[in-house]
Design a protein around this ligand. Structure first.
Ligand code: NI
Length: 188
């Protein structure tokens, strides 16, 4: 496995429509393994193939809504589509391809995604809260859409401080790696 370079906003690869995956082969598995390693090394909750320069319909999402004694885990989604959604949530959203920037973005509270796994088998997976947000955010990447394109506005430092509490940095430092405040501000 190897780390892949994450491209940043301004690179045209992030503005393009991605093509479906048709071959579920060794090359795909290598890409998925590399993307997983790249996501694990970042502070993100999701990664889409165009973010590593590949214009294919592949995303990874980190499921963070797990019990205290369970590990967070990565969901691999090939050719994904949202087949149901309900509710709404509003809040800060960031992206590994736009470091340090957070926008106020409305998303559904719950989504159901249909996708293929690395062997081409179809499955359905549901996500709530941050996971639902990550599914929507990553699928947008496959259409060349980034969160700042659809954000109500980009959040100022003052606004982020107000949202997370005055001592945002101190709070982050003290919070456990899986502490809610930290997770909520992770990038997708
Ligand atoms: Ni992103």
């Amino acid at each position: 496995m190897a780390l892949r370079n994450i491209v940043e906003k301004g690179d045209k690869v992030l503005e393009k429509h991605c093509r479906p995956v048709t071959e579920f082969n060794e090359k795909l598995h290598l890409l998925l393994d590399d993307m997983a390693e790249t996501l694990e090394k970042s502070d993100g909750v999701g990664l889409a193939a165009p973010q590593v320069g590949i214009l294919r319909r592949i995303v990874l999402v980190l499921e963070t809504n797990v019990a205290e004694d369970e590990e967070e885990y990565i969901i691999e989604l090939i050719n994904p589509e949202i087949i149901a959604e309900r509710g709404e949530q509003e809040g800060p959203e960031g992206c590994l391809s736009l470091p340090g920037v957070y926008g106020w973005v409305e998303r559904p509270e719950h989504v159901v995604v249909r996708a293929q796994d690395r062997d081409g088998d179809w499955f359905e997976v549901e996500g709530d809260g941050l996971t639902a947000r990550a599914f929507c955010h990553e699928l947008d990447h496959l259409e060349g859409i980034m969160f700042d394109d659809i954000a109500d506005h980009i959040m100022s430092d003052e606004e982020l401080d107000a949202f997370y509490g005055k001592n945002r940095e101190e709070q982050e430092r003290r919070s456990r790696p899986r502490g809610r405040e930290r997770i909520r501000e992770r990038k997708a």
